[in-house]
Design a protein around this ligand. Structure first.
Ligand code: URA
Length: 428
């Protein structure tokens, strides 16, 4: 095969053959197809798309580039009744994995939650948990299995052996304007999830300004593509479409999101975070064949908190240690009286990123205390001068660029538009 022929085939709108796909993914992983060739191919896929057979073959070629995990001994030995996992397509203030993994484990299901770091305006679960003193993200496969057996939930970094083709390709897409492509996102996410070997998978497909999919139609198409890939590979896969037009909860950052997750695990926390955590837990438990579970009760009565504490301790974290706080805070206030009708997820995400909660380059460190704390949510009445957002950072020279990012993020209207009852975060 020749890389240029493969690129030309897709450039001209043709379908790639299974043999072409197997070859190009493998050759790219080995370094025999150059970065500039794969970037041209990724752009051709972005512009021309792929059909269902191509997406499926591409996903399986990425799985075949690395190892596959196997959690079946956990279930076969009777230690756990099933394995279930959740994956979000990425959002702002999306800390749901933190309360969700221990919550589902309460019901005897093993939750192997392989997570990532933030890049760009979306946060990363591992960056958030690293705000907990002592907690470590890197576990061996044996440590992971042992923790799943004893605690039931683990949130850790995907080892370098899992879908290495995706690791290379994702970094390339990030710098070549080829992220927001349904075939490329679907194959990226599902290659990792199928290789991970979970029995059930619930996808949280985000829609809105803070998501990769800005409208319901494209989010539906992404969800359908991923559900088909999972189902064809024998993973019980379902999807919820959820709102990402405004941040989830009141905290966007690292330590501040851990703090909010702990509130949810203590039976409190913002209504939208609780709603989504419970909705996803119900999906995961239904897919795992656990009848009659009441996850909302397990948040209220402390059972989920007990698993959370055990989960942190198993990875070296101290659940009682104070979380880091940023050294400096600035406040954004309401310019007028009225109703807050918009608080844009993307702009708040960029502000948190610029304050130091995220990284500009992959090798940068994040600030544990940096981020944005919301004091009002869309639908709330506000008064001129009232605090709307707290901006937090250790490095005050970052405030100016964060404020720039927030221009246009806040919309206050004299009255709520007719029929504007607070929407459910779960759209479909
Ligand atoms: N998350 C992934 O893992 N891959 C994508 O392409 C987008 C979001």
């Amino acid at each position: 095969f020749d890389a240029v022929d493969v690129i030309r085939t897709k450039r001209d709108g043709g379908s790639l053959s299974p043999a072409q796909i197997d070859w190009v993914v493998d050759a790219y992983t080995r370094g025999a197809v150059a970065e500039e060739q794969m970037s041209a191919l990724a752009m051709a896929v972005f512009l021309r798309g792929m059909d269902r057979a191509e997406i499926s073959r591409w996903t399986h070629a990425m799985i075949a580039s690395g190892e596959r995990l196997d959690f079946s001994p956990l279930v076969a030995s009777g230690a756990r009744r099933a394995t279930a996992d959740k994956h979000s397509t990425g959002g702002v203030g999306d800390k749901i994995t933190l309360p969700l993994a221990p919550l589902v484990a309460v019901f005897g299901v093993a939750v192997p939650q392989l997570s990532g770091r933030g890049l760009g305006h979306t946060g990363g679960t591992l960056d958030k948990l690293e705000a907990v003193p002592g907690w470590r993200a890197a576990l061996s496969n044996d440590e992971m299995l042992a923790q799943l057996r004893e605690v039931g939930a683990v949130i850790c970094a995907a080892g370098s052996g899992l879908a290495p083709a995706d690791k290379k390709l994702y970094a390339l897409r990030d710098v070549t304007g080829t992220v927001e492509s349904i075939p490329l996102i679907a194959s990226s996410i599902m290659s990792k999830k199928i290789a991970e070997g979970t029995q059930a998978l619930v996808l949280d497909v985000k829609v809105g300004s803070g998501a990769f999919m800005k409208d319901l139609g494209s989010a539906r198409q992404l969800a359908r593509t991923m559900v088909d890939l999972g189902t064809d590979a024998g993973v019980r896969t379902t999807a919820l479409l959820t709102d990402m037009s405004t941040p989830l909860g009141l905290a966007v950052g690292n330590a501040v999101e851990v703090e909010e997750s702990v509130e949810v695990l203590a039976g409190g926390g913002p209504a939208d975070v609780v709603e989504l955590t419970v909705a996803l837990a119900e999906e995961m438990l239904a897919a795992s064949g656990v009848p009659g579970a009441d996850p909302a009760a397990a948040l209220r009565d402390g059972r989920a908190m007990d698993v959370w504490r055990a989960m942190l301790r198993a990875q070296g974290g101290d659940p009682d240690a104070p979380l880091p706080r940023a050294r400096e805070t600035e406040t954004v206030t309401a310019a007028e009286d009225g109703v807050l009708t918009g608080l844009d997820a993307y702009r708040v995400g960029v502000a948190a990123w610029r304050l130091g909660a995220g990284r500009a380059r992959k090798e940068d460190a994040v600030q544990a205390g940096a981020g944005v704390v919301l004091h009002a949510k869309p639908g709330d009445a506000v008064r001129a001068g009232q605090p709307l957002l707290s901006l937090r950072t250790d490095t005050p020279e970052r405030f100016a660029r964060a404020r720039e990012a927030l221009e246009g993020a806040v919309v206050i209207e004299p009255a709520a538009p007719a029929g504007a009852a607070r929407r459910s975060v779960v759209l479909e």
